[in-house]
Design a protein around this ligand. Structure first.
Ligand SMILES: [Zn+2]
Length: 191
């Protein structure tokens, strides 16, 4: 399938998935299904964002390791609700008094810079896992900038939607420009 078509279609999905999830959420009352729906929405947004970055990663028989990593990391971020609540029970996690470190954009940015220095590609994978997650959460609670609780006001839905749709295109562009710089050194001498 044409890669440009895949990227454009997935960008359309990025604009619609959050709103479909919010709509569905209105019909779900129990805590567990609501939490699962919310977490799976983060996974879907992360995965679709990664497909925009690397459309070739959706080979049906063997999805790329990067795609799987984005799916897992997008979901695991929410584990810090349990850490913040110091409890394994969902009802306590939902009432955690503060947001955990995985939801702190400043802390994640520092980790991301280190990852970029260690391995650019996995730094990109990490970025696509947490930034869309934080953006979606920011509609309700703002961006958690720095500990202990320095946060912005909640962001308007339209701003979050536009940023979520734009981010993977920017990442794809930067990754394309940076990839020649990240070739193994031996390639330079392989002339
Ligand atoms: Zn979250």
């Amino acid at each position: 399938m044409n890669q440009t078509f895949i990227k454009v279609f997935c960008t359309f999905l990025l604009g619609t998935i959050p709103h479909m999830a919010d709509y569905l959420n209105e019909f779900v009352y129990a805590s567990l299904p609501r939490a699962l729906l919310d977490n799976m929405t983060h996974v879907a947004i992360g995965v679709v964002s990664w497909i925009v970055v690397e459309p070739s990663s959706i080979k049906v028989q063997r999805p790329s390791r990067s795609l799987i990593a984005v799916a897992v990391l997008s979901s695991l971020i929410d584990i810090d609700h349990f850490i913040a609540a110091r409890s394994i029970h969902l009802k306590n996690a939902l009432r955690a008094p503060y947001r955990g470190i995985f939801h702190c954009s400043g802390a994640m940015l520092v980790v991301n810079v280190i990852m970029f220095c260690l391995n650019f590609h996995w730094g990109v994978v990490f970025l696509v896992s947490w930034v869309p997650h934080h953006l979606r959460d920011a509609v309700r609670r703002g961006i958690f900038l720095l500990p202990p609780q320095m946060s912005t006001d909640p962001l308007p839905n339209i701003v979050v939607t536009l940023l979520t749709m734009t981010l993977p295109w920017v990442v794809s562009l930067v990754q394309g420009k940076m990839s020649p710089l990240n070739q193994p050194i031996r390639n330079v001498f392989d002339v």
